[in-house]
Design a protein around this ligand. Structure first.
Ligand SMILES: [Zn+2]
Length: 149
């Protein structure tokens, strides 16, 4: 399990604040240009932080595992329709690209799987059960394996 770093959240809060300030500035005023530059700068900073984070996680995975399995994003995208997920998937796609080339460089195997049932099937015994989204940790009723969603 990998947690997103705290500084993302902080930078995103700053960006939201800067965007609110920008929307309050009148067009043509010098203060507006400054506010716009601030927003652009924060966007760049967040993009760089995200890229850096992607590289670190990919490096860690490639160093630790010989085979890496992930959900096939193309199939995943087809099964989703709302916009927020699309934005999330864009970051995920960028990460998978970095992971793919680092894995290839290191001679690791990367396997894409159909995302269908990946959060429902027990990897130990194969028992399939649909869980509500709020269930993060789960004990398989069939084999007793303790699993994270
Ligand atoms: Zn099981």
């Amino acid at each position: 399990m990998v947690e997103a770093p705290r500084h993302f959240q902080k930078a995103e809060e700053k960006l939201a604040k800067a965007q609110r300030e920008l929307s309050r500035k009148k067009k043509g005023k010098s203060g507006r240009k400054k506010a716009r530059l601030k927003v652009a700068k924060l966007h760049r900073k967040i993009a760089n932080q995200r890229k850096d984070f992607h590289h670190k996680v990919a490096r860690r995975l490639v160093n630790a595992y010989g085979t890496i399995v992930h959900e096939d994003l193309n199939i995943l995208a087809l099964s989703r329709s709302y916009v927020a997920k699309g934005i999330h998937d864009a970051g995920w796609a960028a990460f998978l690209q970095i992971l793919a080339y680092k894995a290839e460089e290191a001679g690791r195997r990367v396997i894409k799987v159909d995302p269908k049932y990946t959060s429902q099937d027990c990897p130990v015994c194969g028992h399939r059960e649909k869980k509500p989204l709020w269930v993060r940790a789960y004990t398989c009723p069939q084999c007793g394996a303790l699993l994270h969603r």
